[in-house]
Write a protein that binds this ligand. Structure first.
Ligand code: IMP
Ligand code: MG
Length: 188
């Protein structure tokens, strides 16, 4: 592993930087196929904070006119288990969605509670279309079914960090997706 920081906190690398970049490139191709000649503005909506690294890479891989905005929801407290109740913490800056195609960009689909809430909310705002792009899909943990339009990679039922994903606000800056060492949870 590349550094002491990585080595002392990460049990194993699940998805390497190269795999992440290949996944982003594939997803960008699929997204361009869908929206390439829509004639409407595309609005990427990143779900804070976990999506920011993925969004930053994905938007630069998309050769389309687009805008970005952000929402933030909360269902997790500190730790690895969702509380189940979702709140909107930060709303869109752009209020009128009537002319745009919305693509929600999220780091991971886990229980589905957050995205189910957010997609319902965004659909209620009257966008021309609302689709979903997730980097990681953890199907074993699903409670609420959420259809994915653009799916990066399926992962097993393990808690992961890096590439935007955190444990207790840490490890978002790892350039790969990894599984943190057991003692990281246990010391919390
Ligand atoms: P949900 O359970 O599908 O509602 O996911 C809620 C949020 O929890 C996701 O957007 C992530 O930010 C976070 N989350 C879910 N699984 C993981 C994980 O394995 N590592 C880090 N964050 C996670
Ligand atoms: Mg998230």
């Amino acid at each position: 592993m590349a550094s002491d920081f990585f080595a002392s906190n990460v049990e194993k690398v699940l998805i390497s930087e190269e795999q992440l970049q290949a996944t982003v490139t594939r997803l960008a191709g699929e997204i361009e196929q869908t929206y390439g000649d829509s004639g409407r503005p595309l609005l990427l909506i990143g779900v804070l904070k976990g999506s920011i690294v993925f969004l930053a890479d994905l938007m630069r891989a998309l050769h389309l006119p687009l805008m970005i905005d952000f929402v933030q929801a909360s269902s997790y407290g500190a730790g690895t288990v969702s509380s189940g109740t979702v709140h909107l913490r930060l709303d869109l800056k752009q209020k009128d969605l009537s002319e745009v195609d919305v693509l929600v960009v999220e780091d991971i689909l886990d229980s589905g509670n957050t995205l189910s809430f957010l997609l319902d909310y965004l659909r209620s705002k009257g966008a021309n279309s609302v689709r979903l792009c997730v980097l990681l899909n953890k199907p074993a943990r699903r409670i609420t079914e959420v259809p994915i339009d653009f799916e990066g990679l399926k992962i097993p039922d393990e808690f992961v960090v890096g590439y935007g994903l955190d444990f207790d606000e840490r490890f978002r800056n790892l350039p790969f997706i990894g599984v943190p060492k057991r003692e990281i949870y246990e010391n919390c």
